[in-house]
Write a protein that binds this ligand. Sequence first.
Ligand SMILES: CC(C)(COP(=O)(O)OP(=O)(O)OC[C@H]1O[C@@H](n2cnc3c(N)ncnc32)[C@H](O)[C@@H]1OP(=O)(O)O)[C@@H](O)C(=O)NCCC(=O)NCCS
Length: 170
Amino acid sequence: MIEFRQVKLPDELDTLHQLDQKIFAEYPGDLFFAEDWLEFDSYWMFEDGRVVGCAAFHPHVDFDLTPRPGCVHIVSTGILPEYRGRGLGRKQKDWQIEYARARGFGVIVTNMRKSNVRIIRLNELFGFQRRLVSPGYYLDPPEDALVMELLLAQHPPAPGSPKGARRPAP
Ligand SMILES: CC(C)(COP(=O)(O)OP(=O)(O)OC[C@H]1O[C@@H](n2cnc3c(N)ncnc32)[C@H](O)[C@@H]1OP(=O)(O)O)[C@@H](O)C(=O)NCCC(=O)NCCS
């Protein structure tokens, strides 16, 4: 069974930081600081009672922190390495989109290293479009960011379905 529970901050900050270090072990320079997490709305992802990942959101801002009412920035999508490749990323992305819909956001923005094929493909599966490339966004090591967006108004839930974020069948 898959469940999501809001991270209790600041009480669970150390545990969250440890999980983030495991998920983003390839890019320790991309880890968030405590002050970042305190701004975010973050969630543990559980499978059958075990933590398998974490998702985090920053409401009403664009990817570059410009205020953007009605937009939610997905700041983190992550599955622990040992649980990858068996559909949990899809389940997390599906839930993230439901999170945004349920709170009335009209658009989701997210960004990633241009080389991060796994998350780019995952976002594309759910209809995210490539919006722009932000040169030099990441510092350690330096890399451009790809910024992707999903306009929820253009992807209404299918009738009778709680999901519906995936692109309609051709
Ligand atoms: C990206 C991530 C969340 C995917 O999680 P996952 O549980 O492995 O994903 P799934 O098994 O649900 O796969 C979903 C889709 O993701 C894409 N994907 C996953 N692994 C991939 C890989 N190694 N290569 C290419 N695409 C991949 C595919 O489109 C896949 O769909 P498919 O199985 O139909 O091909 C996971 O790799 C991760 O946590 N990475 C580290 C953190 C990160 O980079 N986060 C993104 C930036 S915030």
